[in-house]
Ligand binder design. Structure first.
Ligand SMILES: *Cc1c(COP(=O)(O)O)cnc(C)c1O
Length: 399
């Protein structure tokens, strides 16, 4: 079954004039359709010459001097400042230290609890991505705090009613399963009313949703480099510390790159001024270069245009699904209102893993989450309406 022309006409005029949709040729899609940008974005073709130059033109030629002559030493901050433009943070407040999302979260959660030494509770959303729950539980154990894992729906209530007990609240602007949004400004304000530190995991929002970190008064934030940011497999995570907290944050991972004078080789740790204190050790330059390269087209488009495009694509997907498989469209696990969700949609299907594999065999990458969710993510720069029409046709046949 194919999609009725009514929807096709609806989508096509805009598709032809929309500057964002013409970006998809810049990405290496290998003839496939990538609706899993929330797991791993697609690379740009130009990444290959970019990395080739780094290896033969910089590393092979300069070797250790590359750290100083090619700006490698500053890359964690260079990339951090670029990210700031997408995340609504002024320069000097984001760094990409070179850690995983998990270690970055550990570093930031301990620092958050240390800012509120006298408070017993670390509050998290029960539905958080698993590593966030594991790390939060471990931090609570390490620092002798109590972990309170409450449902997303109850978290704001808990802050209102028992917020005076809370040292820090870890929340996410986009639920990784359903895509449902949480208001960053609202929850952060509740944290502040309660005197708690707000910690945001931006992994599923960065690169697709405006998060306005400075304007929302966020205390601390981290996020993953390899989802909508497209930094590549295992791209490092980022840390946000606003200027007002920089003199006071005390990170547990006190490595030499976070020292005030790393090359003095002093036996005693003295944290660097500013965001550099969130650095740890020697950064992974190749991975940082990949992330750095991935950010350029996102910055060029701007976060508002990216967000608008993602909403349009999601709505178009739903309109197509409603037309061809109204039964499946009713199994939507995400908010129908595009303004209430992030960059992906989740649909309940029987045997989600099988459907994921059937889609992959037909050249469509999505991902399933047990037991019954299929997630479709609409990375704004390389997913097109034509992709969506083709995917809905295939879903119609296999689900
Ligand atoms: C993807 C993701 C992670 C991944 O952690 P890694 O250490 O990079 O494997 C962590 N937290 C959230 C919320 C994520 O979405």
């Amino acid at each position: 079954m194919t999609i009725q022309p009514r929807i096709e006409e609806d989508g096509s005029p805009r598709e032809k004039t929309d500057p964002i949709s013409s970006c998809s040729q810049e990405y290496a899609l290998d003839g496939r359709i990538h609706l899993n940008g929330n797991s791993l974005g697609a690379p740009r073709h130009s990444l290959i010459p970019e990395l080739g130059h780094l290896i033969s033109g910089q590393w092979a030629r300069l070797q250790v001097r590359g750290w100083f002559q090619e700006g490698w030493l500053d890359l964690p901050r260079t990339v951090g400042d670029k990210l700031g433009a997408l995340l609504g943070a002024k320069p000097g407040q984001i760094v990409v230290a070179g850690e995983t999302t998990s270690t970055t979260l550990f570093n930031v959660l301990v620092a958050a609890c240390r800012l509120r030494a006298d408070r017993p509770v670390l509050l998290v959303e029960q539905e958080s991505f698993p590593t966030d729950l594991y790390i939060a539980a471990s931090v609570a154990r390490l620092l002798d705090r109590r972990l309170a894992a409450v449902s997303r729906a109850d978290l704001d209530i808990r802050l209102r009613e028992h917020g005076d007990q809370v040292a820090a609240a870890l929340t996410s602007p986009v639920d990784f399963r359903t895509g449902e949004r949480r208001g960053i400004g609202e929850t952060t304000a509740l944290c502040h009313d309660a005197g708690a530190i707000s910690v945001w995991d931006l992994s599923h929002a960065a690169g697709v949703l405006p998060v306005d970190l400075d304007a929302n008064g966020v205390d601390l934030a981290i996020g993953c480099g390899y989802k909508y940011l497209g930094g590549g497999p295992g791209a490092p995570a980022f840390t946000y510390v606003p200027v007002r907290h920089q003199p006071d944050v005390d990170f547990p991972l006190a490595g030499w790159h976070g020292h005030a004078r790393p090359f003095a080789m002093s036996p005693r740790f003295e944290p660097a001024d500013g965001i550099d204190r969130a650095r740890t050790g020697t950064p992974p330059v190749l991975s940082l270069a990949g992330l750095n390269h991935a950010l350029d087209p996102l910055l060029e488009a701007g976060i508002e245009a990216l967000y608008q495009r993602t909403r349009e694509l999601g709505d178009y997907f739903l309109a197509c699904l409603e037309e061809s498989r109204p039964d499946l469209a009713k199994q939507l696990a995400s908010p129908r209102d595009a303004l209430r969700r992030g960059g992906h949609l989740a649909v309940r299907v029987a045997d989600a893993e099988r459907v994921e594999h059937e889609l992959a065999e037909r050249g469509v990458h999505v991902d399933s989450r047990p037991p019954d969710l299929i997630r479709f993510a609409f990375a704004p720069l390389y997913v097109t309406k034509d992709h969506i029409r083709r995917v809905v046709d295939i879903v119609t046949a296999v689900a």
